[in-house]
Design a protein around this ligand. Sequence first.
Ligand SMILES: [Zn+2]
Ligand SMILES: [Zn+2]
Length: 270
Amino acid sequence: MFIDSHCHLADEAFLADLPEVAARAHSAGVMRAVCILSADTPEEHVRVEAVQTAWPGVIFATAVHPHRAGPYEDRIGDAVSTVRDTALRVGARLLGEMGLDYHYDFAPRAVQQEVFAAQIRLAVELDLPVAIHTREAFDDTVRILEEAGAGRVRGVMHCFTGTAMEARRALDLGFYLSIPGIVTFPKAGALRDVVAGIPLERILVETDSPYLAPVPHRGKRNEPAFLSETVRQVASLHASAVEAMAGQIQTNFDRFLGAPRVDTLSKPVF
Ligand SMILES: [Zn+2]
Ligand SMILES: [Zn+2]
């Protein structure tokens, strides 16, 4: 059984064929998935029920993405209350994706940092793990996790494609590393070397669907069914059988999530 630790099933890319996407995932052995819900995108919220119906094994995560941090300048509290409200409504088991993106710089960096730090404090308050998006911003990401997390934040670096040193720093924070389909790309030799060195008990895998389809589906819309390509690659890097790696990832995922909080067990009410 495979678990996709990060995908965007409420994205409009899946609007037309969600039941088929879920059926293909299940036939490929992908039985559980984390659906990332943009906390301030109402178009995604109205699809929550459809996602749950198509795929009951989905759990939700929500946050304000760094790309969307700009409008919260001078009203960081609004970002926090939007995330809190959405998380409670959908029964989120983690907060994400949140973080910093200095590659696109869609929002001013200072605002990205404030929105990120505020969400980390919320995660600590709610005792939920976080899924971190960090691009060309690793030092600031770690600094904010240390400052705002105060040793109490737990989480995963989503779509990890960093260096061995970055992996080490994330592991030192107690974080998990979620490996995307990029690890199957022919030119990703450096990433494969890094992944081979990550301790087995800290590895998760993801598709980030609809983005980043692995080989041999590269260039197409990605979907959770393609996760097996990534698991296969990670297993071979650790000289492990695919089934053993899948079992390890399942154990890791349950440890990462922790026990559900009583007040987040309610069904979505959208
Ligand atoms: Zn991301
Ligand atoms: Zn994502």
